[in-house]
Unconditional design. Structure first.
Length: 402
């Protein structure tokens, strides 16, 4: 081999290695950024908690008995404790980066376990302060200044220790959770796949196995390929103009909703599913088709009993791509499903998926990068889990060796 040929080959190899290195570095930097920013907020409570905090105003009875529980040994030095009220508070930062005072401990004999609702003036034994809730204000009698979040946990505990009773304590649940967005995401995935997969797969079967090879089918394929490149926001406008009014007319929905969003995503995904399914059908060897026909099976039997099972792994891969597109889509859903982050989910109401939840966090001033990164980690985990499930299912269902 000439020196010139050797040099050219090494140049090609160098370009290949550099391109691969660049791709790996770029992906690694993205993953590192997301995990470095969001991992500290990742916990199970984030997943199961509501986004909107619940607000409570509690009052204590006139004949209360104060606590006699000393500070437990397991509470750290950062926990400020009131012996009189059996309450341990700690300064912290919430999921949106704001300073908060969190209830770290409530003694079993604390009078704060038996408060009444100041909003209704009725006594309820279950209306009590619990670990993990946020105390925002304690108001006192006789003109004493209220204890507020900005004064810190220590000052609030000192104030409580100096009084025998108080007017009211204002506290909230933690909030900031993504339970509603996670449920919405799974609902959208399920409804979209129920609509898009059958239509896309059967359309691909027709185009590859039954449609005549002529100019009409060639034009149909060109149109399908064109649709895969249309910006998703255009589909979102279509969803707003077509599917939202349609669901309002024929369902209890009164505005953009989960069903209209799923219908919009179905239209977006159908070209992707058709193309991936058709490519999977094309790689099935003609020898299998011919063998089936030679054994007496007709064209339809050969297609659905021989060709389709053989193409199943590729079809499942297309389903994985579709799920990834559903989870990652935001532009179309802003129009077709709305941007309201809700905890009470209905398929006929507005809601938001995880990707739109990220968009909502990033449009705040300042942008909540940490929480957005945490949600991105959850998306990566969901996609990875679905990939593993689909791979396992495809291995169980495949009937012919590839």
């Amino acid at each position: 081999m000439s020196n010139r040929r050797v040099i050219i080959d090494r140049i090609y190899q160098g370009i290949t290695y550099l391109a691969a290195l660049f791709a790996v570095l770029a992906l690694s930097m993205i993953v590192y950024f997301v995990f470095s920013k969001g991992f500290k907020l990742l916990n199970f409570d984030l997943i199961i908690n509501d986004y909107n905090a619940q607000f409570y105003n509690g009052g204590v009875l006139d004949d209360i008995e104060h606590s006699n529980t000393p500070k437990p040994s397991h509470l750290g030095s950062d926990v400020y404790y009131s012996y009189k009220w059996g309450l341990g508070l700690v300064d912290d930062i919430d999921r949106e980066g704001n300073a908060v005072i969190i209830v770290e401990f409530v003694a079993d004999d604390s009078p704060l376990l038996e408060m009444y609702d100041k909003n209704t003036e009725t006594f309820e034994s279950e209306f009590s302060l619990e670990k993990g809730e946020l105390v925002s204000k304690v108001s006192y009698f006789d003109g004493k200044a209220s204890s507020l979040t900005r004064t810190g946990a220590k000052a609030m505990i000192d104030d409580l220790e100096s009084v025998e009773t108080f007017r009211e304590i204002v506290y909230t649940s933690l909030g900031g959770g993504i339970r509603g967005s996670l449920i919405t995401t799974f609902l959208v995935i399920g409804i979209t796949l129920i609509i898009a997969l059958p239509i896309g797969i059967f359309s691909a079967i027709y185009l590859n196995e039954f449609a005549p090879k002529n100019k009409i089918t060639s034009i149909m394929r060109s149109l399908i390929e064109t649709l895969t490149g249309v910006p998703s926001i255009i589909f979102g406008l279509m969803g707003l103009a077509v599917f939202v009014p349609l669901t309002i007319r024929f369902s209890p929905a009164t505005s953009a909703n989960i069903i209209s969003g799923s219908l919009t995503l179905s239209v977006i995904l159908m070209p992707v599913i058709i193309r991936s399914t058709e490519e999977s059908l094309k790689i099935v060897p003609d020898a299998l088709r011919n063998a089936s026909l030679a054994l007496g099976a007709n064209h339809t039997q050969t297609t659905f009993k021989v060709v389709l099972p053989s193409a199943l792994p590729g079809i499942m891969t297309g389903a994985i791509l579709a799920v990834g597109r559903i989870i990652g889509e935001s532009a179309a859903l802003i129009f077709a499903i709305g941007t309201a982050i809700k905890d009470d989910i209905s398929i006929f109401g507005k809601s938001t998926t995880l990707s739109v939840h990220i968009w909502s966090m990033m449009k705040d001033e300042p942008a909540n990068i940490e929480l957005a990164s945490t949600i991105a980690i959850v998306i990566l985990i969901v996609v990875l889990a679905l990939n593993i499930i689909v791979k396992l299912v495809s291995k169980k269902l495949v009937k012919f060796p590839q």
